[in-house]
Write a protein that binds this ligand. Structure first.
Ligand SMILES: *Cc1c(COP(=O)(O)O)cnc(C)c1O
Length: 489
């Protein structure tokens, strides 16, 4: 059964995974899904006898249609050969009576590394077939920009331009981006705030003149955002691998049900877990952990998605989201693949800011998913308590998952999405050990916890600045054209 992809919003044209990776999003605004996902399961016993890379090859072999086994092998060894600081890639740690799945041992200490180390290779292989080159444009408020650049660094047929708001990212985020290496990377500070850079990037994607200019050189514009199947599918792997580690540690027997607790923003991470369950992973419950932006918790309780509420800035910024884009894919499967219904809900969301599920879909979802949310104070309290009881330091995002995991009555894995060193100052404040200087703060945290400063962060303080260009938003287009010329010369 060759997987094909189609939109969540209509039963139309079928694409291979390669085509879906290149396109990113369906022209009707829907997300790409494989209707038959779940008809065939992975063999759990084989999974448990494998390792991370082996499981990755199994998952991709099943879902990435159009890619040959040799291409998949090549993508896997580039992404997970030696780019992660842990041999296990995503190691499981016992912290109290909860298993913590550490997803932050990638090149930028962020969980997004797991997918962003491989998406560029998937894209690169798809580009060879189409004889094109892709220029990735990304506006970042500070975090994903670095992980994206790092993933794309020196990957054939790709180039990347990152734009961040000048003076509005943290000292560490600035140094991370300004010191990025790679012959296909350019970084720009843009005057104004994040929204100015973001709106201009969106405009550039629609700019016919820019597209024509680039097309003459065989260059297409592309984004690497989290709705691309090339970012979603790699995340399925660590759910299976976590299960393998649970069995290996003797925490469960092969076949036993488990639960996962997931810090959630755009719903990509937890959705990948749902995909794993469709592929045969025995999951009793997914706990969906949010911060004070509790739109998902309300949704899972009431079946009403209502984004009409204030946006709250928290100490877990990657979960500060009011529209969880990837939820659309869950709605597709839970409604029995009813594309008309999904399109209707998404229209309501866009026009009214709210939609209401039918009873049957809501029941299907609430049997498997349960929400919970924590404000900054509760997150800080969890960080302090867990440290006191176990000596382990959680970052604020992972703290939400850890706190919610306590609800489970079966063995539970809490996903840890960031190293505490990425949020050093808030973590130190939670532990009652404030330190304003970002570099001193890292040393201070390393004295408190048994995890060393990740190498990529430790060496930053002395990393040479390679990019110091600051531009106006209306100069972005010209700079993109110039950068494209240099990168693909
Ligand atoms: C992106 C991110 C999340 C949220 O993941 P989604 O897939 O958007 O739900 C959680 N924690 C951290 C640290 C992140 O960077």
């Amino acid at each position: 059964m060759e997987p094909y992809y189609q939109s969540t919003r209509q039963n139309g044209k079928s694409l291979t995974a390669k085509e879906a990776v290149l396109q990113g999003i369906s022209p009707d605004g829907g997300l790409f899904v494989w209707p038959k996902l779940g008809c065939e399961k992975l063999d759990l016993e084989t999974v448990c006898q494998s390792d991370y890379r082996g499981i990755a090859r199994m998952v991709f072999g099943r879902l990435m249609s159009g890619y040959s086994p040799a291409e998949i092998d090549d993508c896997v060894s580039h992404a997970y050969g030696n780019t992660f600081a842990s041999e296990e890639i995503t190691p499981l740690r016992s912290v109290g009576d909860i298993e913590v799945l550490e997803l932050f041992h990638g090149p930028t200490s962020a969980f997004k590394d797991v997918a962003l180390t491989i998406l560029p290779w998937f894209l690169s292989k798809a580009l060879v077939d189409s004889d094109k080159k892709a220029l990735i444009l990304t506006a970042t408020s500070g975090d994903t920009g670095k992980a994206t650049m790092s993933g794309f660094e020196d990957v054939d047929h790709t180039g990347i331009c990152v734009f961040y708001p000048d003076g509005k990212v943290s000292a560490i985020q600035h140094r991370q981006m300004a010191s990025q290496t790679g012959s296909n990377v350019e970084v720009f500070a843009v005057k104004g705030n994040f929204d100015d850079a973001q709106s201009m990037v969106k405009k550039l994607f629609l700019d016919e003149d820019l597209k024509k200019t680039l097309a003459k050189e065989g260059i297409v514009l592309s984004s690497a955002n989290s709705i691309n199947i090339g970012r979603l599918i790699p995340q399925i792997v660590y759910y299976f691998d976590a299960y393998r580690q649970m069995v290996a540690k003797g925490k469960i027997q092969l076949g036993d049900p488990v639960a996962f607790s997931v810090p959630t923003g755009n719903f990509g991470d937890v959705l990948a877990g749902y995909y794993a369950s469709l592929l045969g992973l025995p999951v009793k419950k997914f706990y969906v952990a949010s911060n004070a932006n509790n739109v998902l918790s309300d949704f899972l309780e009431k079946g009403v998605y209502d984004r009409r509420r204030p946006f709250i800035q928290t100490i877990s910024p990657s979960m500060d989201i009011l529209i969880s884009s990837n939820l659309e894919r869950l709605l597709y499967y839970a409604s029995g693949k009813d594309t008309e219904k999904v399109a209707g809900w998404m229209k309501d969301l866009a026009e009214k800011g709210v939609y209401t599920l039918d009873e049957k879909t809501f029941k299907t979802i609430s049997e498997l998913f349960e929400g919970g949310w924590y404000d900054d104070e509760a997150l800080s309290r969890t960080i302090a308590e867990v440290y006191k009881e176990t000596g382990y330091v959680l970052d604020p995002h992972s703290a939400a998952a850890y706190a919610l995991a306590k609800k489970s009555d079966v063995p539970v894995v809490a996903l840890s999405t960031a190293s505490p060193y990425k949020f050093t100052q808030d973590v130190l404040a939670a532990l009652g050990a404030e330190e304003k200087d970002p570099w001193k703060a890292m040393t201070k945290l390393s004295e408190l916890c048994d995890q060393p400063v990740p190498e990529n962060l430790a060496k930053l303080e002395n990393a040479p600045i390679l990019f110091d260009l600051s531009i106006e938003a209306d100069e972005m287009k010209d700079n993109v054209i110039r950068a494209a010329g240099e990168i693909f010369a």
